[in-house]
Ligand binder design. Structure first.
Ligand code: ADP
Ligand code: MG
Length: 728
C-alpha cells in the first residue's frame, strides 16, 4: 500500500523546473517600476508636494493635510496606472510577519455611479481592528482601536492589484504595537547622537543614517514532502528524523551549482524584487543541503528592513508557485547548519562618509576610532540587551550550535585593530601630553587604512564582528524582523555616543585640547570594554570557560535572555532616548514570552500526536509482520525454529523496547505540558517549557528515530531527512 511518503516522493520525481519569463529589456528598465519612488514622485507630484515629502524623508518634518491630499491623489493615479484597484496600509505587528487590510479605491457616488478616490486622510491614517494583534496588555479589550499612520520615509509600492503604504501601528493611546515605530525612534536617536559627535570633526554633518545590509538564509523543500511532514508544515522544523547518512560533511553544497528548479525560483523572486526596487544582488547555496542565501545591497536601515519583510513575503509566494515550501526557521534540521540573518550595520553621514570606514588622514581616522570604540563600549555595557534582541524559540536551537555564533555576546575586530587598540591603551599618556606624544599618536592612527588593507581576518564564529567598514551582527535569527536587533544596536550606540559627548566636553571645559580630550576618552573606553573583545574561536568549549572567567553572560534560552527587559536601567535608557516607554518595554517582554510559550506548546502537541499516530502504528505494523514470520517458522520448523529466527526475534524485542520508551515519554510529555499550560505566571511558564517540556520532546525523538532505523523502509510513513534534503 502506498504511504503518504511514497506518493510524495513519486510527485517530486516528476517535477520540472518552471519556465520564468523576465520582463523585456534590461533589469535597469524595470527596476523599481512598482515603487512610488523619488523619480516617480517628481513626475506625479507638484513641486510643493514633492519638496514637502522630500523634507519629511530627510528631516522628518510633518506633511500638512492639504499636501497629503495632493500626494494621496497622485499616488492613486500612479498606482492605478500600474493596475492597482485597492490600497492597504502595510504594517509590522508584533506577530513577526506583516499585516494588511485591503480597501477599494472606488467609492459609490450619489448618482448610482462610482468614482475612484484616495485622499490625504486615507493615506495618512487607517483604523484596523487591533484586537487580533498581540499587544502585551497595553490596550484594554474595550479599546480595541489601533491606528496605522503613514511612514513617508519608506516609499509606497504596488503588489498585484494593491497599493501598499508602509505605516506604523499604534494603539488608541499612542503606544507602539509594532516594530517600525520604535525602529524609527531608535534611528532618530542614533542620528542625533552621531551628528553631535561628528561636530568635533566636521561641522557640515547634519544627518547620520544607520545603514543595514541583511543576508537572508533559508531552506527550500518540495511541497509534497513538506505536506507529508506535519511537524515541518506546522512548526517549520523537523521534530523527528534519523540524521541522513550524508549531511554536509563533504561540504559539496556550498557555492555548488544551483539545481534547475531552485534556479527558476531564484530568477523569479529576483525579478519580483527588482520591480519593487529591492536591490538583491547575490545568491548562492549555503553549507547545508537545500540551504541557500541571498543578500541585497545595503540601504538606509528602515527601508532595508521593510525590504527584508517584503522579500520574505515574496519568497514564500514564489516558492509556492514552484512547488517548493520555504523554511525560514533558524534550525529546521538538527545536526545540520541553521539559518541566520546577518545584519551588517554601519553609520553614514549626509556628507557621504561611512563613519565605520577608516579615512584618509589622521583626523578622519580619529573619527573612525571614535565610532568604533564607542560601538564596542555600547556592546560591552549592553551585551545582555543585544542577546535579548535575537532571542526566540527557533534561535535557541541555533545559537551555540557548532556552526552558529554562541549565545555569549562578544566583539571581534581582527588582530591588527586589536593590536592598535592595545597600543592606544598603553601609549596615550595619562598625564598631560607633549606635542611629540601627539605627533607620534597621530602617526599611529594615520596608519589604520594600511593596516586594514592587509587585514584579511574574517571570524565567522563571532556574533558581532567588525568586517573592515561595518559591523556584522551574525547572531540574528533567519525568521526575525531585523528591527528587533536594529532597535537595540542603534539605541545602545546612541546612548553611548551621548555619554561620550558629555565626557569629552567635560575634559575640554577643563582646558584639555579637543583631540587630546577625545583620545583620552577613547583610551578610557578601550580599557573599560576590553573583556568583550574576543578574537578566538567562538564555537569552542574553551571560549565558554574563558567567557565565564571574564564575567560575560551565557544566556542559553529565550526565557533567561528576555529577563533583561525588566532591568530598571535598561528601561530607563530606552525611555530617556524616547525609543520605548517603560510600558512598551513591559508589553514587548510579555508578547515575546507569550510567543515563546505558544511555539513550544504547538511543538509539544505535534510531537506527541505524531509519535502516537504515525510512529507507534508503523512500528507495531512491522512488528506484526515479524511475529507472523516467526509463527510461520515455528509451524514449519517445529522446536528448532529459534535458530532461524534470531534476527526477527531480536528486532521484535528492540521494537518493543522503544515502543515502551516512546509511550512512556509521550505520556509524560503530555502530563507535564498540561501542568505547565495551567500555570498563571507567564515567566515561570516559559521557563518550564524550556527546562521541562523541551527535554521530554528530545526523549520522544530519540525513541522515534531508533524506530525509524528498525522499521522496514517500505512502510515508514514519514519522508526521511535524506529524502527531504536530497530529493529534487
Ligand atoms: P560577505 O560578508 O559575504 O563577505 P561583504 O562584506 O561584501 O560580503 O558584504 C556583506 C553584506 O554587507 C552585504 O549584504 C552588504 O550589503 C553589506 N554592507 C556592505 N557595506 C555596508 C554598510 N556600509 N552598511 C551596511 N551594510 C553594508
Ligand atoms: Mg556575512
Amino acid at each position: 500500500m502506498p504511504t503518504f511518503r511514497t506518493t510524495a516522493l513519486e510527485d517530486v520525481f516528476h517535477r520540472k523546473p518552471l519556465e520564468v519569463k523576465a520582463p523585456s529589456g534590461k533589469v535597469s528598465d524595470y527596476y523599481g517600476q512598482n515603487v512610488f519612488n523619488q523619480s516617480t514622485m517628481r513626475e506625479y507630484l507638484t513641486d510643493e508636494a514633492y519638496d514637502s515629502v522630500m523634507d519629511s524623508m530627510i528631516n522628518g518634518s510633518r506633511i500638512d493635510r492639504g499636501i497629503a491630499d495632493q500626494v494621496g491623489s497622485s499616488m492613486k493615479d500612479w498606482a492605478m496606472s500600474r493596475g492597482a484597484t485597492h490600497y492597504t496600509h502595510w504594517f509590522q505587528p508584533l506577530t513577526g510577519s506583516t499585516a494588511e487590510k485591503h480597501d477599494s479605491f472606488f467609492t459609490p457616488s450619489s448618482e448610482g455611479r462610482a468614482i475612484e478616490k484616495f485622499d490625504g486622510s486615507m493615506l495618512v491614517q487607517q483604523e484596523p481592528d487591533a484586537s487580533s494583534f498581540p499587544n502585551g496588555g497595553i490596550r484594554n479589550t474595550f479599546e480595541a482601536r489601533g491606528y496605522t499612520l503613514w511612514d513617508p520615509t519608506s516609499p509606497a509600492f504596488v503588489i498585484g492589484t494593491t497599493l501598499c503604504i508602509p505605516t506604523i501601528f499604534i494603539s488608541y493611546t499612542g503606544f507602539a504595537l509594532d516594530y517600525k515605530m520604535p525602529l524609527l525612534k531608535a534611528l532618530k536617536a542614533v542620528d542625533d547622537a552621531s551628528v553631535k559627535v561628528c561636530q568635533y570633526f566636521d561641522k557640515n554633518v547634519s544627518k547620520v543614517n544607520a545603514t543595514l545590509g541583511w543576508e537572508q538564509e533559508y531552506f527550500l523543500i518540495d511541497k509534497a514532502l513538506y505536506n507529508a511532514r506535519p511537524d515541518i508544515a506546522l512548526t517549520g522544523r523537523a521534530l523527528f528524523g534519523y540524521a541522513s547518512a550524508k549531511g554536509q560533511q563533504l561540504d559539496d553544497h556550498y557555492f555548488g551549482s544551483i539545481p534547475d528548479r531552485v534556479m527558476a525560483f531564484m530568477q523569479e523572486y529576483e525579478i519580483e524584487c527588482h520591480k519593487l526596487g529591492i536591490p538583491v544582488t547575490t545568491r548562492h547555496n549555503e553549507v547545508a543541503p537545500n540551504q541557500f542565501e541571498l543578500a541585497p545591497m545595503f540601504e538606509e536601515a528602515n527601508l532595508a528592513n521593510d525590504h527584508n519583510l517584503l522579500l520574505m513575503d515574496i519568497m514564500e509566494k514564489v516558492a509556492k508557485k514552484h512547488d517548493f515550501r520555504i523554511l525560514f526557521h533558524e534550525k529546521p534540521f538538527a545536526g545540520l547548519n541553521g539559518s541566520g540573518k546577518h545584519n551588517n550595520w554601519a553609520l553614514s553621514t549626509n556628507t557621504g562618509v561611512n563613519l565605520l570606514r577608516p579615512g584618509k588622514n589622521p583626523k578622519s581616522n580619529l573619527q573612525f576610532l571614535t565610532f568604533l570604540v564607542n560601538t564596542i563600549k555600547a556592546i560591552y555595557d549592553n551585551a545582555d540587551v543585544l542577546r535579548a534582541s535575537i532571542a526566540g524559540a527557533g534561535n535557541d536551537h541555533r545559537l551555540g550550535g557548532h556552526e552558529a555564533p554562541p549565545a555569549i555576546v562578544s566583539v571581534f575586530i581582527g588582530s591588527q585593530l586589536s593590536k592598535l587598540l592595545d597600543d592606544l591603551e598603553k601609549n596615550i599618556k595619562v598625564g598631560k601630553m607633549t606635542p611629540e606624544d601627539k605627533t607620534e599618536l597621530k602617526l599611529e592612527i594615520g596608519k589604520i587604512p594600511q593596516i586594514l588593507l592587509d587585514n584579511t581576518d574574517r571570524n565567522r564564529t563571532s556574533p558581532f564582528a567588525f568586517t573592515g567598514n561595518k559591523f556584522e551582527f551574525r547572531a540574528v535569527g533567519s525568521t526575525a524582523n531585523c528591527a528587533n536587533a536594529m532597535i537595540v544596536v542603534n539605541t545602545i550606540v546612541a546612548n553611548q555616543l551621548n555619554k561620550f559627548k558629555v565626557e569629552v566636553d567635560k575634559r575640554i571645559s577643563n582646558g584639555v585640547k579637543k583631540d587630546e580630550a577625545i583620545l583620552k576618552e577613547i583610551q578610557k573606553l578601550i580599557k573599560e570594554s576590553k573583556t568583550i573583545r574576543f578574537e578566538g574561536n567562538g564555537y569552542g568549549e574553551e571560549w565558554v570557560k574563558e567567557a565565564k572567567k571574564r564575567g560575560l553572560s551565557n544566556l542559553k534560552d529565550t526565557p533567561s535572555a528576555l529577563k533583561v527587559w525588566k532591568n530598571k536601567k535598561v528601561q530607563e535608557m530606552f525611555a530617556a532616548l524616547n525609543v520605548l516607554s517603560n510600558e512598551e518595554v513591559d508589553a514587548r517582554y510579555e508578547v515575546q514570552l507569550e510567543n515563546y510559550v505558544m511555539k513550544l506548546q504547538i511543538e509539544a502537541r505535534i510531537c506527541g500526536d505524531m509519535a502516537q499516530n504515525h510512529i507507534i502504528p508503523a512500528a507495531i505494523n512491522y512488528q506484526n509482520k515479524l511475529l507472523e514470520n516467526v509463527t510461520g517458522l515455528k509451524a514449519v520448523l517445529g522446536a528448532s525454529y529459534k535458530k532461524s529466527a534470531t534476527t526477527q526475534i531480536k528486532l521484535i524485542e528492540d521494537i518493543s523496547t522503544h515502543l515502551t520508551g516512546i509511550k512512556v515519554a509521550i505520556d509524560e510529555l503530555k502530563a507535564v505540558r498540561k501542568k505547565v499550560e495551567g500555570m498563571n505566571d507567564l515567566e515561570k511558564q516559559a521557563a518550564e517549557f524550556s527546562e521541562k517540556v523541551k527535554p521530554l520532546m528530545d526523549v520522544v525523538r530519540e525513541h522515534a528515530d531508533r524506530l525509524e532505523m528498525l522499521v522496514d523502509d517500505e512502510i515508514w510513513p514519514l519522508p526521511k531527512l535524506r529524502e527531504i534534503l536530497f530529493t529534487r
